[in-house]
Write a protein that binds this ligand. Structure first.
Ligand SMILES: [Zn+2]
Length: 228
């Protein structure tokens, strides 16, 4: 069994000067290795800088690093792209972003589709265009419906991700790849096939408390910097 963190962020996810995350790629990889994960996809908002930093450190931590990014759409939803190159433009309609991810041979997953704030508009249609949906996300509120939705729509790629904005949250929930995986291509191949497992490693309250304290801490740092 291979356990992979498919949704986490580094300090490169900070948007418009607002700090959302203070952790570095190295800290995330260190945590992933410590808890026994075999792969990690750093899904920074609208940039692959975190991936490039992590890929340099993959060997040091004996982890497979999967190329990835989390794209903001022009609405309120977000799309996770795996196995993609740099340069896909965010802030466009979800269908255009998914189209580009497919054009480059990548895998498109709708992030936290039923989150009350960041859920995907018109999920019925967008889910049909994407390869899969994230049915478990430890940074989301109200995403519980996603599993039932995936079952109703016969979606075969169902993923889990901690959506960690702090190193301690990495690996709270992981996606389980049942077949042997060594390279990023192995993981991407299994993502394309779907039928993956999900494992909850830490309870939701832990992630929630850690996530909320991280939001408060990062906002405090931001306010202090603004005042200077
Ligand atoms: Zn995220």
């Amino acid at each position: 069994m291979n356990y992979a963190e498919l949704h986490c962020h580094t300090r490169h996810s900070n948007r418009n000067g607002v700090i959302e995350c203070l952790s570095t790629a190295e800290e995330l990889l260190m945590e992933a290795a410590k808890i026994g994960l075999s792969a990690i996809a750093i899904t920074d908002h609208n940039t692959m800088k975190g991936y490039f930093e992590a890929s340099e450190l993959a060997e040091k931590f004996n982890l497979t690093v999967i190329p990835a990014e989390e794209f903001d759409t022009d609405g309120k939803g977000q799309i996770l792209g795996y196995g993609i190159p740099e340069g896909i433009e965010p802030f466009r309609p979800a269908e255009d972003i998914i189209g580009d991810i497919h054009e480059y041979g990548g895998v498109a997953v709708v992030a936290h589709p039923f989150d009350v704030v960041r859920g995907m508009e018109d999920i019925g249609r967008i889910a049909g265009l994407a390869d899969g949906i994230e049915i478990l996300n430890h940074g989301a509120f109200g995403n519980n419906r996603a599993d039932e939705f995936a079952r109703d729509k016969n979606i075969i790629l169902k993923t889990a991700g901690s959506d960690a904005h702090h190193r301690r949250i990495v690996g709270s929930v992981v996606t389980v790849f049942p077949d042997k995986c060594v390279t990023a291509e192995d993981y991407l191949h299994q993502l394309e096939k779907g039928h993956l497992g999900i494992k909850v490693r830490r309870n939701y309250c832990f992630s929630l408390i850690m996530g909320l304290s991280n939001i408060i801490l990062t906002r405090m740092v931001w306010l202090l910097r603004e005042k200077q």
